[in-house]
Design a protein around this ligand. Structure first.
Ligand code: NZQ
Ligand code: ZN
Length: 391
């Protein structure tokens, strides 16, 4: 097990009706002025907007609001939010929504407390020195943004999607009520399942090294997500299945499933270039296409881990005379599962052709400035090879 630091400071309020506590929670911290930030309107359709605003009013918390965060959220709205926070002396950002609204809120919170272009943080050119606190009410189990240190934003002018990590991105509190995800569409539910699996899997199958406890935690997250995913797809209102997905999503990306191992999220990096250029691609759907392609490319370099994954997570039989068969069986089981829950298996399903691969690879390598590490190094050529396997 390698040395590690672990810090997951977000206070979690988990369970039925917990969103009703939001006013008391914010009052308990002593905040006076909230920016209520949300997406394109689903929270109004499901009655959550009224519940949240009532709770804030009852607790006599003053608030202003900014809706409109789109899936694959964008920089211009972040800038609008920063302006509002400064003008109105906001002292906490409360996000109600999925990963897109939360990430938009995170960059607003950081941008409002630092006097520079927020895109510099996304590009890793500046490090934030402080941030407004952020609270979340999660409505979609997927990204883990409710506790993660990441914020992923698209610069719509550059068509460039970039995530950056900072401890300032970790919410102060997150309210997780699985009932709020009953209305998530089957497609978005499936995207979320893929994302939870991939946060865990990208930490599980990367570098060499031992971390048995971490492996077993990751396997538990993977197996319970696969199982609950099937149930939630069949019955969207199954509380236990939705609760499993919600908690698994949080654990998949708060750092726990990677402790003591080196990892690098190559599929995520490649996917961000796809959904950065093509905003109609949901992150999880992009990952469902990239993972099997990447895995077929990379398994030879880490046969042992791919076999462990196949045997422990998918109950594949170990073929000692030809381990390659086992590794491939695990990859195929994953791809089959993604397909069964309605995910795409090729970029052609989005009408994305090889014409854009060169540009994606250029962006992914920061125009030749970086090579993605892993058991092998991924430069422009390797990324284009993987994208060709996504066709
Ligand atoms: O915008 P609204 O109207 O709210 O509708 C959303 C959106 O259309 C809808 N939705 C959310 N909750 C709902 C609901 N519809 C009905 N009932 C509900 N309860 O679902 C759609 C997708 O929402 P979005 O927030 O875009 O999905 P997700 O949570 O998957 O977030 C994706 C974004 O997060 C980034 C992705 O790259 C992508 O930009 N990620 C963020 C990470 C992080 N910060 O740690 C890590 C991830 O790896 C990921 O990169
Ligand atoms: Zn993800």
């Amino acid at each position: 097990m390698k040395n590690f630091e672990f810090h997951s400071p977000t206070k979690i309020f988990f369970g039925r009706e917990t969103q009703k506590q939001v006013g008391e929670i914010i009052r308990g911290y002593g905040f006076k002025k909230v920016l209520l930030h949300y997406g394109k309107g689903s929270i109004k359709k499901i009655g959550l907007y009224d519940e949240v605003t009532n709770a804030l009013n009852e607790s006599k918390i003053d608030f202003i609001e900014l809706g409109g965060a789109q899936p694959n959220p964008t920089l211009n709205l972040v800038k609008e939010g920063i302006g509002l926070c400064r003008k109105e002396n906001v002292d906490i950002v409360l996000v109600v929504g999925g990963g897109s609204a939360i990430d938009s809120g995170k960059l607003i919170a950081v941008g409002a407390a630092n006097d520079c272009d927020p895109w510099l943080f996304s590009m890793g050119k500046k490090t934030p020195k402080s941030a407004l606190p952020i609270g979340t009410i999660l409505t979609l189990s997927a990204t883990g943004s409710e506790t993660s240190a990441s914020a992923v934003i698209t610069n719509e002018e550059l068509k460039l999607k970039r995530g950056y990590n900072s401890e300032f991105n970790r919410p102060l509190f997150s309210i997780l009520n699985p009932e709020l995800t009953f209305t998530v569409s089957p497609y978005q539910t499936a995207c979320g399942i893929v994302d939870i699996i991939m946060h865990t899997l990208e930490r599980y199958i990367t570098m060499k090294g031992n971390a048995e406890v971490t492996d077993r935690i990751a396997e538990a997250v993977l197996k319970s997500t696969i199982q609950a995913g099937k149930v939630a797809m069949e019955n969207p209102q199954d509380y236990e299945a939705r609760a499993t997905l919600m908690w698994a999503g949080t654990l998949s990306h708060n750092g726990l499933t990677g402790l003591g191992r080196d990892y690098y999220m190559v599929c995520h990096q490649i996917e961000h270039e796809i959904s950065g250029m093509f905003e109609e691609v949901a992150h999880g759907a992009g990952l469902a296409v990239v993972f099997p392609a990447w895995a077929k490319y990379a398994y030879k370099y880490n046969m042992e881990r791919f076999c462990q994954y196949a045997v422990r997570v998918w109950n594949c039989e170990m073929d000692y005379s030809n381990p390659e068969n086992t590794a491939i069986a695990g990859i195929e089981a994953t791809a089959k599962y993604f397909k069964e829950i309605g995910m795409p298996s090729s970029l052609s399903e989005f009408s994305i052709t090889e014409d854009s691969f060169e540009e994606m690879a250029e962006k992914c390598t920061n125009y030749g400035e970086r090579i993605l590490p892993g058991l092998i190094e991924y430069g422009k050529k390797e990324i284009i090879d993987i994208l060709n396997l996504c066709k």
